[in-house]
Structures are given as structure tokens and as C-alpha cells.
Design a protein around this ligand. Sequence first.
Ligand SMILES: Cc1ncc(COP(=O)(O)O)c(C=O)c1O
Length: 358
Amino acid sequence: MIYLSPPHMSGREIEYVKEAFESNYIAPVGKFIDRFEEMVKSYVKSNNALALCNATSGLHLALRVLGVSNSKVIVPTFTFIGSVNPILYERNEPIFIDSDKFWHMDLNLLEEALKKEKPKAIIAVHIYGQVADIENIKFLADKYKVILIEDAAEALGARYKDKFAGTFGEIGVYSFNGNKLLTTSSGGVMISDNKNLIKKARYLSTQAKEKGFIEYVHKEVGFNYRMSNILAAIGVGQMEVVDERIKRKREIFEIYKSELSNIADFMPELPNSFGTRWLTTLTFKELDPFEVIKKLRDNEIESRPLWKPMHTQPLFKNAKAYLNGKSEELFKKGICFPSGTNMSDEDLRKVCDVIKYV
Ligand SMILES: Cc1ncc(COP(=O)(O)O)c(C=O)c1O
């Protein structure tokens, strides 16, 4: 079976996991957590990092430490539910914004919503490894005095003018889930240049235990959101190959594009940005993606439709949305191709051949 984006170990992870076992730090503390946090923060050039059990918990803590509850929060409609569930955990109301020609949040609709809704925060999302128009989103967030959080779950290593996705807002979050560019099986990292925000999130992520007591003392609600030292050991091995993995993802994209650009329009890259092409995504000119997905599955190849927009989900049938039709069109025509960095060129050829002869 050719999978969509399976884990791709460097080979070193097993040594680090063994070392973690031998130290007996089989717990949500240990030196691999410190090392992993250090590697992520220095890679993306942020001042502080916090390793967590996943990115969803990171977004939840981001809202919590920034005091975003019982408010309105703007988020793109064209995203994964992991961007939106944390908004609900804090009893906020999501306001959905449709996509532009780069598939990211449309700036005109964003400004209209900022004027009308008076939200407390924006969660910008960098989908499929490609950066959103983050400089302009930040400009609007500043103009309307709204907190900016970045969901960079899918975009570790993506850059806009050499600044990393995740480092523009108050807080950024990366996912290390099994299907991501790098994985710790499940995991997330929160980053921020604001030391106090990370300090507060660290405290909340370990059940909000008060320091300076022998017994456990709690003054507020906490969470159990930390990453295990064992998983962080995997993360250290993964971070060592981050640039190699991005290079291969981009090569895979170029191969698909050279083979199939007569029948499809590939996800564009924002000018001045460098995306990781975490998944190769495109819209077909004529083919029905759902037919192609079936055909690929018959040939033991996994593929997926593009995100089903949040405003079309039963969960959000009453939610406010600023729409232009783009995300629904993307969903109708689009597909994610298998993009695992451990795919061979022969695998890629097989995928292309199946598509050409649908
Ligand atoms: C855009 C987006 N946001 C959030 C998440 C949540 O990440 P995690 O699975 O690590 O909680 C994911 C992926 O899983 C995602 O793709």
C-alpha cells in the first residue's frame, strides 16, 4: 500500500529511544524533552518552546494563556477540525473566513469580519505546508488590535521572507502527528518569543501544580498535556533530518507537477514564501476527485479529498461565515496525493499512471 504521508524515521530515533529507556526517564520529563524543545526553537528561530502531547492541546493552551474565552475567534473555514475544536473548548464562537486564490484566508473577507464581529483573536492556519499571507494577516491583526495565533501544525519549516511560519503571532503551534513532515507518533510543540506565555502554558500543561510545596497545591484548572520523554527522543532523531525531508517533499511535488499539470492546477505558492509541500495538493480541471480516490484505492494507493470546509460541517450549521465560494469549489475539485518522503520514484510513477488512465 502506498500511504498518504506515513512516518519516515531517520534510523537514529531507535538509539535515542534506547538511551531514554536506559535512563529510565519513561515519563513526561527528561533530557530528550529539553533537547527536542531546544532543537525546534533554534530551528524556527524562536526564543521559547514547549513540547506537548499534540498540536490541538497547544492551540487550546494558546487561547487559555492569552485569555481568549467567551469571545469571537476568526479562523479559516478551509482547515482541519483541529484548528477549531480548541476555540470551542474555551466557549468561544468561531467566525469562519473563506479562501483566496492561494487557498488561504481571504484578506478582504477577513477585514470585513474584523470590522463587524469585534473578535478577540485570529487563528491563522498554514495549510498543506504552505504559508498563509501572514504578513498581511498580522498587519490586520495589529490594526484591529486582535491577538494573532498561528496554527502551523502542517507547516514546520515553511517560511515567509525567511521568517518561519509560526513565529509571526503571539504563539505558534506545530504538530508531530504520525502523518506530518516529522513525527513523534503523536506530539506538538508550542513556540513563542514571549517567555511568560510559555512559562504559563508549561505550568497549565502539568495539572497547574503550584511550586514550593511538598504536597500538591492547585489554584486553577490545569491539563495533562505534556509530551513523553520517549516520544521526544523520536523527535530529536526526526529534527536531525528536517531539511532533507522538506527537500524530498518539494521534489515529490515537482514530479507530480511535471507529469500532471495538463489535467490539474496545483496549489500555488504565495510570492516570497517557501512552502514545504507537506502534501501535494491540486484541483482537477475535469476529473472527479472522488472517482480518482476510488481508482487509486483499488490500486492500493491512499489519497484524500481536500478539507471539507468547516462552515459545511453539521457541527457548525449555525456558525457565522464570510464566504466567497472558493473553499467549496476546492473541496469539490481537489485532492491530496500520496506525499510520503519514503516513496520511491517508481511509486510516484505508479500513482501518475493510475491517474492518467482513470
Ligand atoms: C491544520 C491542523 N491543525 C491542527 C491539527 C492538530 O494537530 P494534532 O493532531 O497534533 O493535534 C492538525 C493535524 O492533525 C492540522 O492539520
